[in-house]
Design a protein around this ligand. Structure first.
Ligand SMILES: Nc1ncnc2c1ncn2[C@@H]1O[C@H](COP(=O)(O)OP(=O)(O)OP(=O)(O)O)[C@@H](O)[C@H]1O
Length: 414
């Protein structure tokens, strides 16, 4: 088939963003953008490109969603692309529904891909998405991090997420579909002005006479992305000089932190909170400011499941013992999102916090030099009510407890 210039650009973008022969998954909602991704990936596979598999998540939030998933499955069958529909088991009522749905979708898709030995998943975000996101974030007073462009490639949840169409206008994707005689379902909420994104789309049309358009906004977002990368690198460099990792805690030299540019000091602290707590979101700016103000007069305070202790010119950010009470994980899984325990298991062990009861069984804990609070929140191996090992508190020397990734990489992982 002779390709129009738009279609050729789209297939070239896909080839650039997803090189090589390794299998590729495409996440297809049934909307126009992701259908264009599916068709382009299928055409490439047919022309001896990487094999492709498609996945649709039915969030169960709209009655039409199951039909949309079935229609994606039918298109995939026609294209000869294997397709799976994953069903979200529902919202636990925490946080914001849209956000919870997006997170659940990413996790379902990542687990599905990993189970099939697929290490990369393509999403169909376009240049228009990039511009709309920038405008929505401006409305919320975002800073560099919020305004920075989505990355064309990102590692998360064990897979590589690719966005091959970030530089391509949405209209080009729709033209590609029309050219191929492929219709698409428009999510009815795409016209519902109760949604921020819909109002932003309408506003963008009004901004055109001022010369403000998706192309310029996306370019601004890309520049802010470069600025964010530079700030991350400066923060990691500061961490290398003034922060040490100690038994899963971050310990900062306070005088050196005070001498940093305020923004770098703030990022360092936020990075430590994120690494220790595993929280997806930073605390609100006001909560962080209030915590720092409290630390001026009190030696210890808590924020986001972390305990901050100021002592002898050092600030220690560790896990708050109360935040991990009752948290348990099997030995082969991460505990508290980051700890891995290994040792001579005989069966029936699980990982839980050491806690008061466990620490009482570790008479030599003081010899470790670690604060009591850090040990209370540290991982221990239990068999029923019996303590098997508490590696950080000096009990069970044939067991080890390690954090799955260093603090520094957390600082660089936007
Ligand atoms: N329910 C879903 N199942 C599988 N993938 C999805 C789903 N929803 C979104 N995606 C993927 O995430 C990308 C971005 O999601 P977003 O919600 O911004 O898109 P959308 O408005 O649904 O776009 P599209 O027109 O591509 O379907 C989509 O382009 C698609 O690749």
């Amino acid at each position: 088939m002779q390709l129009s210039p738009g279609a050729a650009a789209l297939e070239a973008a896909l080839a650039r963003a997803c090189p090589g022969a390794a299998p590729l998954a495409v996440a297809v909602s049934g909307g126009g953008d992701s259908l264009a991704l599916l068709l382009a990936a299928a055409a490439r596979a047919e022309a001896s490109g990487p094999p492709v598999a498609a996945v649709t998540v039915d969030h169960g939030l709209r009655p039409e969603a199951a039909d949309e998933a079935r229609s994606v499955a039918a298109i995939c069958a026609r294209l000869g692309v294997p397709h799976s529909t994953l069903v979200w088991q529902g919202w636990d009522g925490r946080g914001n529904l849209q956000d919870a749905a997006r997170r659940a979708r990413m996790r379902l898709i990542a687990d599905w891909a990993l189970a099939r030995g697929i290490g990369r998943v393509a999403l169909a975000h376009t240049r228009d998405d990039q511009a709309e996101t920038l405008l929505m974030r401006l409305a919320r007073g975002a800073g560099v991090d919020g305004l920075a462009a989505m990355a064309p490639e990102r590692q998360a949840l064990g897979v590589t997420w690719l966005r091959p169409f970030l530089d391509i206008p949405r209209a080009d994707l729709r033209a590609f579909l029309t050219e191929r005689g492929q219709t698409w379902a428009d999510d009815p909420s795409n016209d519902d002005p109760r949604f921020d994104r819909v109002r932003v789309r309408q506003a963008l049309a009004l901004l055109a006479p001022l010369g403000i358009g998706a192309e310029g906004l996306a370019a601004t977002a890309a520049r802010l992305g470069a600025a964010r990368t530079a700030l991350d690198a400066c923060t990691a460099e500061a961490a290398a000089r003034i922060a040490v990792e100690e038994a899963g805690d971050v310990v900062l030299d306070e005088a050196a932190r005070a001498a940093l540019p305020a923004e770098i000091g703030r990022r360092l602290l936020l990075g430590a909170l994120a690494w220790v707590s595993g929280a997806d979101y930073p605390p609100r700016a006001e909560a962080l400011a209030a915590t720092l103000a409290r630390l001026e007069t009190a030696p210890r305070t808590t924020l986001q499941g972390c305990l901050l202790v100021r002592k002898a010119g050092r600030l220690r950010i560790g896990r708050e013992p109360a935040a991990v009470v009752g948290l348990s994980a099997p030995l082969d899984a991460l505990w508290d999102g980051r700890w891995r325990l290994a040792g001579p298991a005989t069966g029936g062990e699980e990982v839980r916090a050491l806690g008061e009861a466990g620490l009482a069984l570790c008479p030599d804990w003081r010899a470790t030099g670690l604060p009591r609070s850090s040990l209370l929140a540290s991982p221990a191996v239990w068999r029923g009510g019996a303590l098997v090992a508490a590696p950080l508190a000096g009990r069970g020397t044939d067991w080890s407890a390690t954090v799955n990734r260093p603090f520094r990489t957390r600082l660089l992982s936007h």
